[in-house]
Design a protein around this ligand. Structure first.
Ligand SMILES: *Cc1c(COP(=O)(O)O)cnc(C)c1O
Length: 374
């Protein structure tokens, strides 16, 4: 038995690392592919549903997959600090990996609208937190202006190393199932992750995608190698109705949604995400905040899986598309649950109001309350 040491060690031969490179890792990846049998039974149509629960990464979101690669590369290049714009999870992850590497981190977060857990992580991990009077897209624009400000590495998903790390989630899914799923359902914000999954699924199928996730992909991705699996999934990307540029056909000026992690109006990986959806025969669809929150609750109540609102959108959209017949009967479906529910305790508590019984500290009263509900 060997000690798992993170996704770079596990998939080293498919990643841009060289022997002797100092690997900055928090032992991320290797997340569980959780069967959602209760939801599958309720959905009918003989489907098999699995959740890739990325909330179980070290800082509680899939961002760690990309950050281990991006910070490893930044340190290799002698960078002294990392910078990112973030709706929360990227800053939490950047701060953690920078701390690990012994370099500084600067994070730009939007005014308000950041989930409490994410802010707590960035702060305690020593990031310089810069709250701007604007949204994520404003932060992204400013960070791009910092590109030549000094020895700083931008660790948003425009950094191609991020996508290389993130493609390993697709490898893990295929390794766990012994095949590619028929459909992969995923939340879409800045659209890096859907692009990374498509690269990963394509690489494992031995197929070169029309638009690879970075210019030097040919040197790193092993599209020409013997395939690990026979096919690639249909890629389905879900957006919040108030922040759905892929459904509107262009940038959205004032994105608004309870799912703050995908409150993004001007996705940076626009072309890559479209390529993934078009090439795979997939589609984009949108969900309202009410549908997103209802799905977050459904997952928690029926499956005991607590993810953040942005993550629940993949499952909510999938269930609707099964019912509509858009996702075919008998399919094997995987959904990415991008982040942990504990990231955003306020939203979870707000939508569970009234569920706490207030009772005097007397056994009889408590017993009666229990018997009433059995
Ligand atoms: C970053 C993030 C997303 C969006 O991923 P993109 O790569 O920006 O599309 C979705 N959910 C959570 C929890 C995230 O942190």
């Amino acid at each position: 038995m060997s000690h798992y040491l993170g996704l770079i060690e596990r998939y080293r031969d498919r990643l841009p690392v060289t022997p002797g490179m100092r690997i900055i890792s928090l032992v991320e990846g290797d997340t569980p592919l959780v069967p959602l049998d209760n939801l599958a039974r309720a959905a009918g149509h003989d489907v098999k549903i699995y959740a890739k629960f990325e909330g179980l990464n070290p800082t509680g979101s899939f961002k760690d997959r990309g950050m281990t690669m991006a910070v490893t590369q930044a340190v290799h290049e002698g960078t002294q600090a990392v910078i990112c714009a973030s709706t929360g999870n990227t800053s939490a992850s950047a701060a953690a990996y920078a701390a690990r590497a012994g370099i500084r981190s600067f994070v730009l977060i939007p005014d308000g609208k950041i989930a409490l857990g994410k802010l707590a992580q960035a702060m305690i991990q020593g990031a310089v937190v810069i709250q701007i009077q604007g949204n994520f897209d404003d932060g992204m624009r400013i960070v791009k202006d910092m590109a030549d400000a000094g020895p700083l590495a931008i660790v948003n998903s425009i950094n191609p190393y991020r996508l290389q790390g993130q493609k390993t989630a697709a490898f893990e899914i295929v390794d766990a199932l012994g095949r590619a799923p028929d459909y992969h359902c995923i939340p879409v914000g800045n659209a890096g992750n859907i692009s990374a999954y498509w690269t990963g699924f394509s690489e494992y199928a031995g197929v070169r995608p029309a638009t690879a996730a970075c210019a030097w992909c040919d040197d790193v991705c092993r599209f020409e190698r013997p395939a690990v699996c026979a096919s690639r999934p249909v890629m389905v990307g879900y957006q919040a109705a108030g922040a759905a540029p892929f459904l509107r056909g262009g940038p959205v000026a004032d994105p608004e949604t309870v799912a703050t992690a995908i409150r993004i109006g001007n996705p940076q990986s626009w072309d890559l995400a479209w390529a993934a959806v078009r090439e795979s025969g997939g589609w984009f669809a949108e969900l309202t905040d009410e549908e997103i929150l209802a799905t977050q609750k459904l997952l928690a109540e029926r499956e005991g899986v607590f993810c953040e609102p942005a993550s629940a959108i993949s499952v909510g959209g999938m269930l609707r598309d099964i019912e509509a017949g858009r996702i075919k009967s008998g399919s094997v479906i995987t959904c990415t649950l991008t982040g942990h529910g504990l990231k955003d305790p306020d939203t979870a508590i707000r939508q569970s109001q009234g569920q706490v019984l207030q009772i005097r500290a007397e056994s009889d009263l408590v017993k009666r309350a229990i018997l009433d509900r059995l």
